[in-house]
Write a protein that binds this ligand. Structure first.
Ligand SMILES: Nc1ncnc2c1ncn2[C@@H]1O[C@H](COP(=O)(O)OP(=O)(O)OP(=O)(O)O)[C@@H](O)[C@H]1O
Ligand SMILES: [Mg+2]
Length: 441
């Protein structure tokens, strides 16, 4: 893809075009003077717009005093950077404000990366040192009531705008604090957008529509950042609006469009290690809230057991995601989660629960061209000789790789008739010739 010169030099690294001077040192000098002359702690307590104004006027005076030869756009840029440093997110601010950037990653002071359209770039900005990163990290997480220090060296949090922040500090990482910000809002993509950008086809979207409407229990599976939450959020559109949805996440990311939604968020232990509310606690509580559907943002642990039970006891149509690399892998991971939860259940019993609870695994992949695609849709059909049986309904068939690296291929129906075809037909859903994906009537 074309490299945007706004942030990336022609070789993909270095300062952006039009910004080929590194202003870091000048910004630091002015910022240090600002710290001497202003009580920034008091300023930070002001309303954001007042804090911004106060810092802006002080920064203007200081730039004039310390760097009188700095004029025009350069002067404005330095002033903006000083403001970002004093009351914003410092060097990260331009990346965070750019709506085309979906992820910002700080590995070290001079290693800041961002992701745009599925591709990772080195950003031209840098931090002075690791202390500088920590100052910005604290500015990000302190208002959320979270902290990160030697006793709790990593934190996962959600910003008020829905962005997700993860911080890991030494000694868990050897050299530098590592900060990852997922800026996206999962409702950026509706199903029609996912069809348009080639994540899936219209027939597959129609098929999923029918499956959600007909209350199949669906697991969206994929590796890190393959778009599981986004797809889950998108297909939840198909839940009829008369239904009561209870969603459980850690942290909350989804933005369900229905009116009748209760979103619950797990709570981490506080500084004394108390008051934790786990996703499992929330799934169990959800069952007492008269849900028509339960959505578990991602199953990771013991809540898998309660989720399966819920699916088996009248809460069909539940949706979740799991971190796995294939539909089979998804099943073995869920099985492991239940095993590890310590209920002392024989594997066979767990598999029976799974075989009767789960109907469909939608597998996502991120291909080498940066595109996220549905790679398989697999139906769970039952149990045979102690093994969960499945059949593949759709498969992405790769034809080749175009010049420039784009993957060519097609998401096609395998032609296998889903076991629920008859039930769908009776409900008025046309699945001619057993091929899933025929348009909904
Ligand atoms: N189909 C898609 N096409 C292009 N970009 C997408 C697609 N789906 C998601 N994204 C983008 O990819 C990033 C990751 O999306 P998302 O959080 O949905 O993935 P995930 O698999 O749930 O990640 P995690 O493993 O962290 O839970 C986001 O920036 C999102 O906007
Ligand atoms: Mg996710």
């Amino acid at each position: 893809m074309a490299i945007d010169t706004k942030y990336v030099g022609a070789n993909g690294t270095g300062p952006a075009a039009g910004e080929d001077t590194d202003w870091t040192d000048i910004v630091q000098t002015v910022h240090l003077r600002l710290l001497q002359e202003m009580d920034l702690a008091a300023v930070e307590k002001l309303a954001p717009s007042r804090a911004h104004e106060a810092v802006a006027s002080a920064a203007r005076q200081l730039v004039t005093q310390t760097h009188p030869s700095l004029l025009g756009d350069d002067r404005e840029l330095v002033i903006r950077r000083v403001i970002e440093e004093a009351v914003g997110f410092g060097p990260l601010e331009p990346l965070l404000q750019d709506p085309t950037i979906s992820e910002v990653m700080v590995n070290a002071p001079d290693e800041v990366y961002f992701e745009r359209d599925g591709i990772i770039y080195l950003a031209p900005c840098r931090f002075r040192d690791t202390g500088h990163i920590m100052r910005i990290v604290e500015r990000i997480i302190a208002p959320l009531g979270r902290r990160v220090d030697e006793s709790s060296p990593y934190v996962d949090a959600r910003l008020p705008d829905g962005s997700r922040v993860n911080v890991v500090i030494p000694p868990l990482v050897p050299k530098s604090p590592v900060l990852t910000i997922r800026k996206f809002s999962p409702d950026r993509f509706h199903v029609e957008d996912l069809v348009k950008i080639g994540t899936m086809t219209q027939p597959v979207a129609d098929f999923l529509h029918a499956c959600v409407q007909q209350r199949l229990d669906i697991v969206v599976s994929g590796g890190t950042g393959t778009g599981k939450t986004t797809l889950l959020n998108a297909i939840s559109e198909y839940i009829p609006s008369r239904e009561r949805i209870v969603s459980i996440e850690d942290p909350i990311e989804m933005k369900l469009r229905q009116a009748h939604v209760i979103s619950m968020e797990a709570r981490h232990a506080n500084i004394e290690g108390k008051n934790e509310v786990t996703p499992r606690d929330l799934v169990r509580n959800a069952l007492r809230m008269r849900p028509d559907r339960i959505i578990v943002g991602e199953v990771r642990g013991a809540e898998a057991f309660d989720m399966l039970q819920a699916m088996n006891t009248g809460h069909e149509g539940s949706l979740t995601t799991v971190h796995a690399n294939s539909p089979r892998d998804a099943l073995s991971r869920i099985e492991n989660m239940v095993l590890m939860a310590g209920f002392d259940l024989p594997v066979r019993a767990i598999r029976e629960q799974m075989a009767s609870a789960l109907h469909l695994v939608v597998q996502l992949v991120r291909h080498s061209d940066g595109k996220r695609r549905v790679s398989n849709i697999t139906e769970i059909t039952g149990m045979e000789s102690g093994i969960i049986t499945t059949q593949e309904l759709y498969r992405f068939e790769q034809a080749g790789v175009a010049e420039g690296g784009a993957i060519q291929g097609e998401l096609v129906a395998t032609g296998i008739t889903p076991t629920f075809a008859e039930r769908f037909r009776k409900a008025g859903i046309n699945m001619e010739m057993g091929l899933p994906g025929t348009r909904l009537r």
